[in-house]
Write a protein that binds this ligand. Structure first.
Ligand SMILES: *Cc1c(COP(=O)(O)O)cnc(C)c1O
Length: 241
C-alpha cells in the first residue's frame, strides 16, 4: 500500500485489479457468483481526483463516512452510473441532506433516524434505500443497534412508506487475525436470515460486511457488499477529530 504522493493511475489500477481478483477467487472457493458481490471503494479522506480515476477504471460504487465531505464530492462528481454510499454515522439533523444524494445509507441504527429519513424522503417524493447497522459484537465504541433490538426496530422501519430496507451492515471488531471476525459475519448473516423470515415487505438481499483487513472472510460468510478503502486508495492519515 502506498502513500498518496506515490499514487498514480497505474498503482490504482493494480490495486483495483488485485481486490477484484481476490473477490472472484474467494467467491469461487465457496461456490458463489462474484457478480453478486458489490465492491464499494471507500474514498473517505481521499481527494476527488482519486475517485474520478477509480471511476474511469470501472469502479461504480464509492463509500464515504462523513456527510459534509461526501456532499462536497457528490456535488462535484455524480455521473449517472455512479452510486454513492453513506457508511458512517448519520445524525438525524442531517437526514434532509442525504436523501437523494446517496444511493444507499448503510448506517441506519435507530427507528428515530429512519423516521426522519422517511419524512425527508416523502417531502422530496423519493424512497430512500437503507441498511440497518448492527453492532454484532456489542462493542461500546461502535455504532449500530444491538442484535437483540434489531427485530423490533426492523419491523417498525419496514412499516415506513418511504424507507426501503435492503439488508444489514456491520463493522467487525479490529482483530489481528481476520479469521477471528468470522463469527461476527456469520452472526450477521443468521440475523438477516431470521429477519427475512419474520419481517415482510423488505427484501433483505444485502449483507454489507468486510473491509480491507477482513473482506475475504466476509465473502466466505455471505457478504454481498464489501467496503474496501486502504487496499484500493492506500493508507489514510491518522484520524484527528
Ligand atoms: C473506513 C471504513 C471502511 C474501509 O476501511 P478500510 O480498512 O480502509 O478498508 C469500511 N467501512 C466503514 C464503516 C469505514 O468507516
Amino acid at each position: 500500500m502506498h502513500e498518496i504522493s506515490d499514487f498514480n493511475s497505474e498503482q490504482l489500477a493494480e490495486n483495483i485489479t488485485q481486490v477484484r481478483d481476490c473477490i472472484a477467487t474467494t467467491a469461487a472457493k465457496v461456490g458463489r457468483d462474484p457478480t453478486e458481490i458489490t465492491l464499494v471503494a471507500v474514498s473517505k479522506t481521499k481527494p476527488l481526483e482519486l475517485v474520478e480515476m477509480a471511476y474511469n477504471l470501472g469502479v461504480t460504487d464509492f463509500g464515504e463516512n462523513r456527510v459534509q465531505e461526501a456532499l462536497s464530492k457528490i456535488t462535484q462528481f455524480h455521473p449517472p452510473q455512479l452510486r454513492w454510499h453513506l457508511i458512517g454515522h448519520l445524525q438525524s439533523n442531517k437526514a434532509a441532506k442525504v436523501v437523494g444524494a446517496f444511493a444507499c445509507i448503510h448506517s441506519v441504527d435507530s427507528l428515530h433516524l429512519a423516521q426522519y429519513l422517511d419524512r425527508k424522503a416523502a417531502e422530496q417524493h423519493m424512497r430512500v434505500e437503507v441498511l440497518l447497522q448492527v453492532n454484532i459484537a456489542e462493542e461500546a465504541s461502535k455504532e449500530g443497534m444491538s442484535p437483540d433490538a434489531a427485530p423490533e426496530i426492523a419491523r417498525q422501519i419496514a412499516g415506513l412508506a418511504n424507507v426501503e430496507i435492503a439488508g444489514l451492515m456491520t463493522v467487525a471488531p479490529l482483530v489481528d487475525d481476520p479469521e477471528e471476525a468470522r463469527p461476527v459475519f456469520r452472526a450477521l448473516r443468521v440475523l438477516r436470515d431470521n429477519l427475512r423470515a419474520t419481517v415482510t415487505g423488505s427484501d433483505w438481499r444485502h449483507l454489507s460486511m468486510g473491509m480491507t483487513h477482513d473482506y475475504p472472510i466476509a465473502i466466505e460468510e455471505g457478504a454481498t457488499i464489501v467496503r474496501v478503502g486502504r487496499a484500493i486508495f492506500g493508507q489514510r492519515p491518522p484520524v484527528i477529530r
